[in-house]
Each structure stands twice: as C-alpha cells, then as structure tokens.
Design a protein around this ligand. Structure first.
Ligand code: MN
Length: 442
C-alpha cells in the first residue's frame, strides 16, 4: 500500500554515505529515487542508478555483483531503461518494496564492511555522470488540474466566466508530444510560429515573443492496462511508479492564435523538460494529504473518480519553487531569483483521479508514459506557477534584482524548478532540479 509508513521512513536512520546525512540534501537514505545515467556522454549503454546524497549507485552493476540476491531484481534489467523495473512493480508491489528494503540494508550506517566495500565499487559522483530520460516515454499527457491556474488563465480571456462548466466534473487534459521531452540542463531553443497579436493584420511567422514556463509535477506509469480495459480508482496508484518535476514550456503568442478549436499544439510541443530523478510512491508515503477540499456548492466527483481512500490520502504535499537567472544576473554573479512558491496538494484532482480518468474510456496506458498535472498555482499571487499569471499576460512586469524586468522569457534566461517534501517527524526529501536555458531562435 502506497500510503503505508514503514522502517524505511524512520527519520533517525543515517547512511555511511556522508553527503546523504546533510540536513539540506534532497537525497537522504529515506528517498532513494531512480534515474538513468551514463558515466560519460559517449558511453553506449545508459544504466539504471539510484541517487543517494551526492552519489549515484549503479543499480545494474549492483544486481550483476549479487547485491540483490534473494530478490528477483535480475528481471528488472531486461529492460528499456526502467521498463522492467516497473514490470516488477506491476507483478507485485512486494518485490518492488523488497528492492527499497535491500537498498536500505546496503546504505544504512550499520551496514557491514564487506557489503559497503562491494557497494563502493559501483558508486559514482553525481556531478561526473550524465543523466537521460528515466523511461522510454512513448506517450505524454498534460492535465489542467489546478483550479487556481485555470481560474487565473480563464479570467484573462473570459473575465465574466473564468471557469468552464465541465471543470469540476472532468479532469481536463490534452495529449502532448513525447519525442521532445528532454532532461534537465538541456538548452531550449526559442520556437518560431504563427503570431497574430495584431488582429488588424495578417498573421506573421516569427520567433515566439511570449515564451513561458509552467511549473508542473509528472508521474510515470508503472503497470500498464490492456486496450479496452479501465483502472478502478481504488487501484489507481498501483499503476504509478513515481514522480518527477516537469516544465511544460509554452509559447503564449502561438497558443493564443492556434488553440481554437482543438487545443494546444505547436505552442507546447517544441520542448518539455523533466528532472532526472523518479521519486517513488513509497518514498512519498509520509507526505500524503487529503484530496482537495471542494467548496460546499461544488459537485462531488462522479462515482468512477470517487474512492474514500483516495479522498483521504490522494493528495501529496510537495513544495514547489521556480527561480529565474538571466544572462545579466549570471554576468553580475546575482543568485537566481525566486519567482513563485506553490504546492501540489492544492490541485483540484489527485494523480489517482487523473490516471483513472485517462483510462476510463479503455485507453491503454503504457509503462513509461508520462502524465503531468498541469501548471500548479495556488490561491495567492506569490503562488502563480507561470509567467503568464505572474505578469498577468504581460501587463504587470516582474522586477528582477538585476534591475531588469520580465513580461515573458528572454534569450539567455534560465528557469530553475525545485520540489521537496517536509513534515514534522520525518526526513525532508527532494526532487532535485529541473532547469533549462533559452537560446535564440534560428
Ligand atoms: Mn501544461
């Protein structure tokens, strides 16, 4: 059960990997997220790794070296990256949980010397490896699950009627593009597209003028479902492998002109950035919250999206932060500037509801599919998860410590997203960073 707290969440546990005991690390022994890495850019075979402190443990070599004896871990490696890791997830949460337990035994402070030295043979400094997408992502879906974001954006375009009548019934989403999902640190080239900001003129094809980010969280599908079958809400989380941060880059000027009647297309599919580490559902157990508390007049979710356990634990308390650093700020050694703070627990729909809704018509979700929440904004102005909202469509420019202002992103701007979980009585865990820098259009 994904919500169960066990000995692997004990806040007092320390690791013999010293950097994992730093109170500020995102990656203490209680976290242990998965990633895919290569030792250098030119290495042929990316391998599955586990992040702990400032180190990456080569999970595959660990399996080959017998560190997972007694756990059916070998089959995880007949894989497309993490494909079979989630296959195992699929065929019994128990064996998956067994991997986490074994990782604990390997890394905990009291681990015996012989084990430690065997682990030490297959551990690398995180700064010396290259990360790639943790799954072969075949499909990507983006939802629109923050009612605060939907209301903000709606009120810019439809001041009298910001929220459409379907919003409180249907988790709204669209199919994104998987091929342009890139790992944190990849440069983002400003897209070109049709712009018709002057309604009196013909549209023009130019580099996007209103380039934006969207602060989102994504989850990876572990267990698939057959075409034609659905996933009951009570089972939804058994199909989720883990979470990462997502930046759904968006060109607002392209979007404004193209989006009717079929929704986002080229305004979104030029790039999406994800953070490299997949934080497992088990690691997140201490940070579960009730589903969004709906206003009294709001409808309850329809039956297929309504489950008492999901209502009680379906939310996740993940604190999210967005920073910007411009070229001028880098030149003048000015630290990245905080643009917003928001929290995943403020989403109107839970990840379980998103997944169940997605498969409710018989759509088959596949291992490695990425499903993102949509921009996560909160009630307050300081909690707006996109520049569109922060600058109110460019009408309220944002002041930066360099003396510059921003309505939207300029070339050279770097957007840095962070996420972490904190709760009294538990160890803080984090997601690392999701960053990308804008380079000029061709
Ligand atoms: Mn989005």
């Amino acid at each position: 059960m994904a919500y169960e707290i066990n000995e692997t969440h004990d806040p007092n546990l320390k690791s013999w990997v010293e950097s994992a005991n730093d109170p500020n690390t995102d990656f203490p022994i209680q976290n242990l997220p998965f990633c895919v890495f290569t030792q250098d850019k030119h290495a042929a075979n990316p391998r599955i790794g586990i992040r702990i402190g400032n180190s990456i443990f080569d999970f595959e070599k660990g399996v080959e070296n017998g560190l997972f004896e007694g756990i059916p871990a070998e089959r995880y490696l007949e894989r497309e990256h993490l494909f079979n890791l989630s296959y195992a997830h699929d065929h019994g949460a128990k064996s998956f949980s067994g991997v986490r337990e074994r990782l604990f035994e390997l890394f905990v402070e009291r681990a015996d010397k012989r084990r430690r030295s065997r682990v030490n043979e297959v551990i690398f400094e995180a700064t010396k490896v290259e990360f790639s997408n943790p799954f072969v992502i075949r499909d990507y879906t983006d939802f629109y699950c923050s009612i605060f974001h939907a209301t903000n954006v709606g009120s810019m375009f439809r001041p009298d009627n910001p929220l459409l009548p379907n919003y409180k019934y249907v988790p709204i989403g669209y199919h994104g593009r998987a091929s342009s999902i890139v790992i944190s640190g990849t440069d983002i080239k400003r897209p070109k597209g049709q712009n018709r900001s002057d309604a009196e003129q013909q549209p023009v094809f130019i580099p996007a003028k209103s380039l934006d980010y969207e602060m989102e969280v994504g989850f990876f599908v572990g267990q698939s479902n057959e075409l034609g079958s659905s996933i009951p809400i009570a089972d939804a989380e058994k199909h989720i492998f883990g979470l990462c941060l997502v930046n759904d880059w968006s060109a607002r000027d392209i979007q404004a002109w193209e989006y009717q009647p079929l929704g986002p297309f080229l305004a979104k599919n030029f790039a999406t950035t994800i953070s490299p580490f997949v934080v497992t559902m088990e690691a997140l157990a201490p940070f579960r919250t009730p589903a969004f508390e709906r206003d009294e007049g709001d409808p309850q979710p329809l039956d297929y999206l309504n489950d008492p356990t999901n209502q009680k634990f379906g939310g996740i308390d993940i604190k999210l932060e967005v920073y910007i650093q411009t070229q001028k700020m880098r030149d003048e050694n000015i630290e990245p500037h905080l643009l917003s703070r928001s929290n995943m627990k403020d989403l109107y729909w839970t990840i379980g509801q998103m997944l169940t809704h997605h498969a409710s018509n018989g759509c088959n979700l596949q291992t490695g599919d990425l499903i993102a929440t949509g921009t996560i904004s909160g009630k307050e102005k300081s909690e707006r998860g996109s520049m569109l909202e922060l600058s109110w469509r460019g009408t309220e420019p944002i002041d930066l410590p360099s003396g510059e202002t921003r309505r939207f992103l300029e070339d050279g701007d770097e957007v840095i997203m962070k996420g972490y979980c904190e709760r009294e009585g538990f160890r803080r865990i984090g997601f690392g960073e999701c960053r990308g820098r804008i380079t000029p259009a061709d």
